[in-house]
Ligand binder design. Structure first.
Ligand SMILES: NC(=O)c1ccc[n+]([C@@H]2O[C@H](COP(=O)([O-])OP(=O)(O)OC[C@H]3O[C@@H](n4cnc5c(N)ncnc54)[C@H](OP(=O)(O)O)[C@@H]3O)[C@@H](O)[C@H]2O)c1
Length: 260
């Protein structure tokens, strides 16, 4: 199946590692030009070298913190100016923040919203003029499955993530007439730095295989997923193969979520 990604330009936030890096790799494999952004320039450099070695595509590296509006604007503008267009934004930057309600200080609420909600708002908003110029565009907000079913002690993330779901739906309605599609993916457990840290904290006596396949995770498919399995779905959603898909949320969680 031709995904229609050849020559398209994509900005992926939080792409120095994990799901973001794997998605950048998949887009590059499909012939897209990619801009990768993160705060740590060294990791970004390593990620860029890997993308170039594996795909022959030279990514644009942008050191940026998506919690800062000016950085979002700069990342979008640099991408569009460097490649001459911008077709795709993947708002992926994020980190784990889960605590009981009473322990979450006001500053952490703000910090989490700045990262997971406002980062996506600002990057998307600054990208719109470029997408309108092309007559189409695609945005994917990388979210978490707990957005739909908040467990105890999952704050502030579940609240920021639930807002991200509403943002996705509302944006898809507003931007549909401009042929700009907006979707979200709800990640359950995918092996990445976040999850490896959790493994070492929760069960240092287990090997990765034992931890990943432990029934305690209550994953119907029986295991923690890998970044490729997330990247493939995201790549599909931003591609022309998903040209009639907008305003939807796709679970990437091995069937774990209790809701569709
Ligand atoms: N893995 C999972 O099981 C899981 C579950 C639910 C949701 N998610 C969500 O899926 C997304 C990707 O997760 P992952 O597991 O692949 O994460 P990861 O391996 O920890 O990578 C996170 C990426 O985001 C970047 N980042 C963090 N804060 C940033 C900021 N303020 N500005 C710019 N970049 C920033 C990091 O680089 P720097 O630190 O250098 O900035 C890194 O490149 C995140 O939004 C995460 O919350 C993941």
């Amino acid at each position: 199946m031709d995904l229609g990604l050849k020559g398209k330009v994509a900005l992926i936030t939080g792409a120095s590692k994990g799901i973001g890096l794997e998605t950048a790799l998949h887009l590059a494999y499909e012939g897209a030009k990619v801009a990768i952004c993160a705060r740590n320039g060294e990791y970004l450099e390593t990620a860029a070298a890997r993308i170039y070695e594996q795909t022959g595509v030279e990514p644009l590296q942008i050191v940026a913190d998506v919690t800062i509006e000016e950085d979002c604007k700069r990342a979008v503008t640099k991408t569009a100016e460097h490649f001459g267009r911008l077709d795709i934004v993947i708002n992926n930057a994020g980190s784990s923040a889960v605590q009981p309600f009473e322990q979450v200080e006001t500053a952490l609420w703000q910090q989490d919203l700045d990262l997971k909600l406002f980062g996506a708002i600002h990057c998307s908003r600054y990208a719109l003029p470029y997408m309108r110029r092309e007559g189409k565009g695609a945005i994917v907000n990388v979210n978490a499955s707990i957005a739909k079913t908040p467990p105890a002690s999952s704050l502030p993330t579940t609240v920021s993530r639930a807002a991200g779901m509403a943002l996705t739906k509302a944006m898809s309605k507003d931007l549909g007439p401009d042929n700009i599609r907006v979707n979200t993916v709800c990640i359950g457990l995918i092996k990445s730095d976040q999850i490896e840290k959790r493994w070492k904290r929760e069960a240092p006596e287990q090997t990765w295989e034992q931890y990943a396949n432990d029934p305690k995770h209550q994953i119907p498919l029986g295991r923690i997923g890998n970044t490729e399995e997330a990247a493939k779905v995201i790549t599909f959603l931003v591609s022309d193969a998903a040209s009639y898909v907008s305003g939807t949320a796709v679970n990437i969680d091995g069937g774990k979520s209790g809701v569709l």
